[in-house]
Ligand binder design. Structure first.
Ligand SMILES: [Cu+2]
Length: 153
C-alpha cells in the first residue's frame, strides 16, 4: 500500500512538473509561447526559430532579436515570388492590439545567421527579444527535430 501511494505521489509530481516546463513567458501585455527552433544538419550556418506572441495590450512591435549562439538574428518573412518561395528580411513584426502572431515554418520567422555550432535536438539556446514598447526579454529556444512545426496535410 505504501509503495502504491509513493508511486501515485511520484505520478502526481510528474503531472505537476508539466506546467513548469511549458515554456511560456510574459512581458508587460505580451505573452510569448513556446520558442523553438529546428535542429540543423552538420555544416549548416543558419537555423529558423519560431514562437507565438499574444498581445493583450496596446500595439507593439518586435524590433529585433539576438542570441549568443549566432552572429546575428534576422526577422524574415516568406512569400511566393514567381512560383518560388523566398525569404526576405523585415524591419520588424507588428503586434496589433489583441492579436496573436505566430512565427512558424513557411511564414514569419527568426533566422539565426552565422551559427557558432549546429543546433542540436534537445538543447536550448538563449534568445533576446526586443520590442518597441515592452522592452527586452530573454527566452530559451527549445531545439526540436528538423521537421518540427511542419504543416500537416
Ligand atoms: Cu529565414
Amino acid at each position: 500500500m505504501n509503495r502504491f501511494r509513493s508511486l501515485a505521489i511520484a505520478a502526481l509530481a510528474a503531472a505537476f512538473a508539466i506546467p513548469a516546463a511549458a515554456h511560456d513567458y510574459s512581458l508587460a501585455a505580451l505573452k510569448i509561447a513556446h520558442p523553438y527552433a529546428r535542429a540543423t544538419p552538420p555544416g549548416a550556418d543558419i537555423g529558423g526559430a519560431y514562437l507565438t506572441i499574444d498581445n493583450k495590450g496596446a500595439a507593439d512591435r518586435l524590433m529585433s532579436a539576438s542570441s549568443p549562439a549566432a552572429a546575428r538574428v534576422e526577422l524574415h518573412t516568406m512569400a511566393m515570388d514567381n512560383g518560388v518561395m523566398r525569404m526576405s528580411e523585415v524591419k520588424g513584426i507588428d503586434l496589433p492590439p489583441g492579436s496573436q502572431v505566430k512565427l512558424k515554418p513557411g511564414g514569419l520567422h527568426m533566422m539565426l545567421v552565422g551559427l557558432k555550432a549546429p543546433l542540436a535536438e534537445g538543447s536550448r539556446v538563449p534568445l533576446r527579444l526586443t520590442f518597441e514598447h515592452a522592452g527586452s526579454i530573454d527566452v530559451e529556444v527549445a531545439v526540436e527535430s528538423m521537421s518540427a512545426g511542419a504543416m500537416k496535410h
